[in-house]
Design a protein around this ligand. Structure first.
Ligand code: S3P
Length: 429
């Protein structure tokens, strides 16, 4: 069995950079993801006056002196989040509570993604936005300041919306009460807890409620070890399950947050041979464990509804698993996939068909018919890191030959993905 680690969690790294910048005192962060997304967020925070030292792939401790909740400075130039939707949306929330004017933008992919899902509720709190390009899109000019409290029912389960609103309330000194149709990932709530800010969450009738009642004047710094990214780990777990690594794989120190690990349940239904070491389910900190995957015979599964949010980033890898399973996998209730780094429903269906898999696009999902025929062809990443990695895994399986245009985009969340893939598969006899 090959033992590997994957880089730090992207969602946790992004939040750690933001919270450390807003804290009163020095935060100590270990295992930060050095991927392009967090680097873009760090560059923006530097432009807002926070001294964030460079961080690389060694996971070494990074110390950040926070500037306090309202200590960010007006930036000189445009704030460019490049490909990072999480960075942009969370920071729109932070900037909404700062008495400064800033212009926010991103790369072509980020400029094609909706922003009113955060700017509409943030406007209700008092922030002012001016769309400088297309409606509902970046670039935006915004002015923040002291905010008023918000009671908001989000139409989608989205941790980015939830986090932007909680951060706006925290920085702008306003209470926030929100609901989402299903519970989305809770890294922000946990990190608020670690910084000494209580957040109340619970299931109420048919929605998930989250409340920030009395935002404090300052927050405590973090002492945090970022776990390996569950979503990154799933690419190598899939590779092992599909017989791409001799003897299987063990991935240590993988984040096991229950609002992230939904794919494990689906893998169980598909018949995958996967195991995890026992681990503690912390309330505030992020749980982690070692995961093992062994070659397995898979069957198709139905996936949809409330299980979607806890595996929202895993549909590219699920599509690849489904293409090698016996029978049909039907994914529904996942319309949000059209709004990710690419339209993942369309791109997955197109790419799967390009290599010889039968795949049907549904309005809110996909139907994929698995087979064990050798797969070959050319696909495009569409500048989407998870599409690049998913087809990297499919192409690395014995008998398959897949060329990927734009495979380098994996660096957005997983620097070193290609090298690790090469290393694990080159060792096959
Ligand atoms: C993220 C939330 C999810 C996820 C994204 C990271 C986060 O997006 O897809 O990769 O860190 O909050 P949505 O909030 O749009 O569901």
């Amino acid at each position: 069995m090959r033992r590997i680690r994957v880089p730090g969690d992207k969602s946790v790294t992004q939040r750690a950079l933001v919270f450390a910048s807003l804290a009163s005192g020095e935060s100590r962060l270990r295992g930060l993801l050095p991927g392009e997304d967090p680097q873009a967020t760090a560059a923006v925070l530097r432009a807002l006056g926070v001294d964030i030292p460079p961080f690389g792939g060694d996971g070494a401790e990074v110390r950040i002196q926070g500037v306090g909740l309202r200590g960010l400075q007006a930036p000189q130039g445009v704030l460019d989040f490049e490909n990072s939707g999480t960075g942009a949306r969370l920071m729109l929330g932070v900037l909404a509570g700062q008495p400064i004017t800033a212009t926010v933008t991103g790369d072509a992919s980020l400029q094609s993604r909706p922003m009113r899902r955060v700017t509409t509720p943030l406007s209700k709190m008092g922030a002012v936005f001016r769309e400088m390009g297309e409606p509902d899109r970046l670039p935006l000019e915004m002015t923040g300041g002291a905010l008023t409290s918000l009671d908001y029912d989000s139409p989608v389960a989205s941790a980015q919306i939830k986090s932007a609103l909680l951060l706006a309330g925290l920085v702008g000194g306003a209470s926030v009460r929100l609901s989402e149709p299903y519970r989305s990932r809770d890294h922000t709530e946990r990190m608020l807890g670690m910084c000494g800010v209580p957040v109340v969450s619970h299931q109420a009738d048919d929605v998930w409620r989250v409340e920030l009642r009395d935002p404090p004047e300052q927050i405590a710094p973090l002492d945090l070890e970022v776990p390996g990214d569950f979503s990154s780990a799933m690419f190598f777990l899939a590779l092992a399950i599909l017989g791409g690594v001799e003897g299987g794989v063990e991935i240590s120190h993988v984040g096991m947050n229950p609002t992230r690990r939904g794919l494990l349940q689906v893998l169980g239904r598909m018949g995958a041979n996967v195991g995890a070491d026992p681990f503690k389910e912390h309330d505030a900190r992020e749980p982690s464990s070692s995961l093992r995957g062994l070659p397995s015979k898979l069957v198709g599964a139905n996936v949809g509804g409330e299980e979607v949010p806890a595996m929202i980033d895993e549909f590219p890898v699920l599509a690849v698993l489904a293409s090698r399973a016996e029978g049909v996998t039907r994914i529904t209730g996942a319309g949000e996939l059209r709004l990710k780094e690419s339209d993942r429903i369309r791109v997955l269906a197109d790419n799967l068909r390009s290599v010889g898999v039968q795949a049907e696009e549904l309005s809110d999902g996909l139907e994929i018919e698995g087979s064990d025929h050798p797969l070959a062809g050319r696909v495009s990443s569409h500048h989407d890191h998870r599409i690049a990695m998913a087809f990297g895994v499919l192409g690395a399986l014995p008998g398959n030959r897949i060329e990927i245009d734009g495979a380098d985009v994996a660096d957005v969340s997983f620097p070193g993905f290609g090298v690790l893939l090469e290393d694990l598969t080159a060792a096959r006899t």
